[in-house]
Design a protein around this ligand. Structure first.
Ligand code: BT5
Length: 262
């Protein structure tokens, strides 16, 4: 507890030892007209992933949501999710953990997990151990985002035993606890930098590509219009995955992505 005490961030910080969901709180603040707020919690009791999945968030993680009102068309909103993934990856790397991004929003650690149970990267069936997840929610008109909440959940100082199978944490990867205040500050600073202006957003895709675990891999993406399988060759504005399939090139805008064995 106390992770956000003295947290130096480019947002005003609302800290809670325990909360149902930082995203829910940020949405509440949005309806009250607030902007540029980061809600940070030590523990969440009712947090969510995408598609209303459960997100496990015990004390010891970095659970945060950033509320902004960016002056961009709604079509560019996915770039904020990618920016959060880049920011999380950079903060993890600063903490000495070799993190990469699985399209669109998972930050994971690949490779041999040492003596961990998940030493086989395919043990999760998704290739890699999940360190962090991102949930973006927004409201607006086509020509302009009204408010945007980007929620980031990072397994910081947590025993992977306390997390779902296939998850890892910064402390497990490093072999020692991480300074969560510093980690959160780096993440928030980097996110603010990447999303500062429409011009800054232009740098998000190149930064994302450099940190991607998905590009060049064989993937299976579960989308609303069915399964797309092939080789992930690129990410394109505003965050679509470009996949070469047997039937030709496809752009996938949303879905669950699985890395296949090459
Ligand atoms: C995500 O969903 O990865 C987005 C998670 C966003 C959580 C943050 S925490 C702060 C903010 N407040 C919230 O209420 N939410 C956000 P998705 O891609 O749907 O992945 C969800 C799946 O990940 C679950 O079905 C589990 O299999 C797995 N999972 C749950 N908790 C996990 C954890 N702590 N670490 C790794 N995997 C987890």
């Amino acid at each position: 507890p106390g992770i956000a005490f003295g947290l130096d961030a480019p947002y005003s910080v609302e800290y809670r030892d325990r909360i149902a969901s930082t995203n829910e709180r940020a949405r509440e603040l949005a309806t009250e007209g607030a902007a540029d707020v980061a809600v940070v919690a030590d523990e969440q009791t009712g947090s969510r992933g995408r598609l209303d999945r459960e997100w496990v968030a015990p004390s010891g993680g970095v659970w945060l949501s950033v509320l902004t009102r960016p002056d961009v068309p709604t079509a560019r909103a996915p770039l904020f999710t990618l920016a959060a993934a880049v920011a999380t990856t950079d903060a993890a790397r600063e903490a000495g953990v070799d993190a990469r991004i699985k399209w669109p929003n998972d930050v994971l650690v690949e490779g041999d997990g040492g003596d961990s149970e998940e030493a086989d990267p395919d043990a999760t069936g998704r290739g890699g151990r999940k360190l962090a997840g991102i949930l973006t929610e927004m409201e607006g008109e086509a020509d302009r985002v009204g408010w945007l909440v980007v929620g980031v959940g990072v397994n910081a100082n947590l025993d992977p035993e306390a997390l779902p199978a296939g998850a890892t944490s910064l402390s497990a990867e490093r072999g020692e606890p991480v300074d969560r205040r510093r980690f959160a500050a780096t993440l928030l600073e980097r996110y603010a930098e990447l999303t500062a202006s429409p011009e800054a957003l232009d740098a998000v895709l190149p930064a994302w590509r450099e940190r991607a675990a998905t590009l060049g891999r064989r993937v299976r993406v579960d989308t609303a219009d069915g399964v797309v399988e092939g080789t992930a060759v690129d990410v394109a504005e505003p965050g679509a995955l470009v996949v070469d399939t047997d039937e030709g090139r496809r752009r996938v805008h949303a879905g669950d992505c699985e890395h296949l064995r090459d």
